[in-house]
Design a protein around this ligand. Structure first.
Ligand code: NDP
Length: 310
């Protein structure tokens, strides 16, 4: 009987097993390192697999990521290149990401950090307001998650811009693409949301050169991947006032070190890489559909292009 192998230090193997059991038949579920006969395993569901782990399964038909990103899988230099790698495209996760971005756009838009400070001083002091219509939310990486963010924030009245690798047309979104499109978008970004995948071409993209292009006092919302952030540049931009604040969910080194100055920076909100967490209840439905497909000999949905890395 074909077997599913599960490997993650961050997700519950029991919860995933219980959810997959509802949708996959026949059901043989093994949890790494108890893989049993490795020739049985045709599907691996993984988060940060150990380098060299996946090449041990000769009959693998699919490697399914336990996250939207697949950088943690391509980090394995011995990854068997003939096996499709599939990212997790779960509408629940896109909704959750939109919640995270909406929370942070609105808390800066409505001067929440300032009102919190005033409350701590027991000071009753109305501040000048700004209009959503006069503000642009710019999304670096307007893919599955980015489009959900755009759709959920548009009704508040903000202008929305998005940047992708390929040209796009999205209703209500000013679309930019390619290296030449980035500067034009950054120049109008009052809120810069990073939702890019981690690939060689996005490493270090949140850097001084790009942050300098933003209108003074812009807000950074980084919920893509930590490797995209040049942390010293973000800190310098916050300290100079070029950045008016930041919500940071991902970091070059995770967990964030206790002595990192970002923890206590008055303009920064920090969360521990939870902007959109993997949900076994909804994720298992998506993964199970792909398991059925590869077992029928069909191509899985949402296989990534190894040449571009996402
Ligand atoms: P998608 O693949 O659907 O979207 C990625 C977007 O980035 C696409 O629009 C793509 O362009 C664009 N892009 C990629 N490379 C470049 C580039 N070099 N230049 C310009 N645009 C580029 O992925 P998702 O929306 O599902 O997820 C995006 C990322 O969000 C994940 O890879 C992960 O890093 C992050 N994430 C973070 C989470 C968290 O909790 N912090 C949770 C989930 C995801 P094109 O459309 O042309 O392909």
């Amino acid at each position: 009987m074909p077997a599913i192998l599960f490997k993650s230090h961050a997700d519950s193997a029991a919860n995933w097993g219980n959810e997959l059991k509802k949708h996959v038949n026949p059901y043989d579920y093994r949890v790494w390192p108890d893989a049993g006969n490795k020739a049985d395993v045709d599907v691996a569901i993984v988060w940060k697999p150990e380098p060299g782990m996946l090449k041990q399964f000769p009959n693998l038909k699919m490697v399914a990521s336990l996250g939207a990103g697949v950088d943690h899988i391509f980090a394995d230099p011995e990854l068997p290149r003939h096996v499709p790698v599939v990212r997790l495209v779960d509408p629940w996760m896109a909704d959750a990401m939109a919640e995270y971005v909406a929370l942070n756009v609105l808390r800066f838009h409505r001067d929440d950090p300032d009102y919190q400070r005033l409350q701590a001083q027991k000071t009753w002091k109305p501040l000048p307001f700004s209009e959503a219509e006069a503000r642009t939310i710019a999304i670096m990486g307007i893919g599955f998650m980015g489009a959900s963010v755009a759709a959920k924030l548009k009704p508040f009245g903000f202008k929305i811009a998005g940047w992708s690798r390929s040209p796009k047309t999205i209703d209500g979104v000013a679309c930019y693409h390619g290296p030449n499109g980035l500067a034009a978008m950054l120049k109008q970004a009052n809120y810069l949301v990073c939702l890019l995948p981690a690939t060689p071409s996005t490493v270090g993209i949140v850097n001084a050169a790009n942050l300098t292009l933003l209108p003074r006092g812009a807000i950074l919302i980084q919920c893509g991947r930590g490797a995209q952030t040049v942390e010293a540049d973000v800190l310098a931009s916050l300290n100079s006032g070029q950045l008016g604040g930041a919500a940071l969910d991902v970091f070059p080194t995770e967990p964030l070190s206790p002595d990192n100055p970002l923890w206590t920076h008055p303009k920064v909100f920090i969360t521990p890489h939870v902007a959109s967490q993997t949900n076994p209840r909804t994720g298992a439905i998506v993964v199970a559909e792909n398991i059925r497909r590869v077992r029928r000999g069909e191509k899985p949905h949402d296989a990534v292009d190894p040449a571009v890395g996402y």
